[in-house]
Design a binder for this molecule. Structure first.
Ligand code: AVJ
Length: 327
């Protein structure tokens, strides 16, 4: 009998840890009861998941990271001009902060850098490394789920403005309404006179897109299937990895790649004490990766209170980095 069967819903004074566990249970069970079954991509990023994602970024098929890095490296000086002097750079979902260094190198008089990430260990490790590499820069890590809003910590020295840096096309994980809400949160965090430097992956030939999410080495498949290992570990579930396979498909009508775990047969899985039935061939949606056009992104940004100012692309037109300011 799992700990979730032993202890029914938490009593009011339950510890933060138990409350977080139960929130995860509630959200996962709600996702598994929905049609189609769907889970938040945030669950993909436990320690193993974060490691596998770092490996995905090195894959020949996964063009996003190296293409964006190329744009940042090539146009960092122009981006620094837009950001201006004595700014505070705020990065939601900062992860390893590796791309950020291309910007930090071009911003010698930045006042402060505020990485925001939900994974405390990863965040503090990356923040320490940035502080060591840029000793004159004030680094103020914030451990928070950026989708739930966050406050910008005060910096020792005054800053001229707040600029949000959101690379990697992570916005693509959010459906339109949620993406606009998120851009609105960033608008509020930046405040009047603030800026946003964001990376968005552009819609393109579906063959290239599907290859980027179904790599030959199977790293993306491992990244996706690792979610089942996590649910077995954290929610006392009994998913049999062998009975699910990874599939990423391009959905033209929604202009997105969808990552699925497809059930190889009719099966019953127990999650936190609840029975979940899967039909043969039934898909569990684990991630949406929306792909934009300049227009589709600009309309979301405008709705959220941003005005596009500058944009930079790679020679193949695969990826775009955009600079926007508050209206
Ligand atoms: C980190 C959300 C930008 O959507 O391309 C990579 C995650 N998923 N391979 C993306 C991901 C599968 C990635 N983002």
């Amino acid at each position: 009998m799992s700990k979730f069967e032993r202890n029914p819903r938490p009593a009011p004074r339950t510890s933060r840890r138990d409350a977080a566990d139960w929130l995860l249970v509630e959200q996962v069970l709600a996702g598994l009861r929905s049609t189609p079954k769907r889970l938040s991509p945030a669950y993909l990023y436990d320690r193993r998941g974060s490691q596998l994602f770092e490996a995905i970024c090195e894959l020949p098929e996964y063009y996003l990271t190296r293409t964006e890095t190329g744009i940042l490296a090539r146009y960092a000086a122009q981006m620094a001009e837009c950001i201006g002097k004595q700014a505070l750079l705020l990065e939601p979902g900062s992860g390893s902060s590796r791309k950020t260094r291309l910007l930090l190198d071009a911003l010698p008089d930045l006042t402060a850098y505020v990485p925001v990430d939900i994974s405390r260990t990863h965040l503090l490790e990356a923040a320490r490394a940035v502080q060591a590499a840029y000793p004159r820069l004030e680094v103020l890590p914030v451990c928070a789920d950026f989708t739930q809003g966050f406050t910008v910590p005060p910096s020792r020295r005054p800053h001229s403005r707040v600029v949000v840096f959101f690379p990697g096309s992570t916005l693509g994980n959010f459906d339109a309404a949620e993406a606009i809400r998120l851009l609105g949160l960033m608008r509020r965090a930046a405040g009047d006179g603030g800026g946003l430097l964001i990376g968005i992956d552009l819609a393109k030939d579906p063959t290239i897109l599907e290859r980027a999410y179904n790599d030959a080495a199977g790293v993306t498949a491992a990244f996706n299937l690792n979610l089942l290992v996590r649910l077995n570990r954290e929610l006392a579930a009994d998913f049999d990895q062998e009975s699910f396979h990874h599939k990423a498909v391009w959905m033209p009508a929604q202009s997105r790649i969808e990552m699925h775990l497809v059930s190889a047969r009719r099966q019953t899985v127990h999650v936190a004490g609840e029975r979940v039935e899967f039909a043969a061939g039934e898909r569990l949606v684990t991630e949406h990766c929306h792909k934009y056009s300049a227009e589709s992104f600009a309309s979301q940004a405008r709705t959220a209170g941003w005005t596009p100012r500058r944009s930079w692309r790679d020679p193949r037109g695969y990826f775009s980095v955009q600079y926007l300011e508050t209206v």
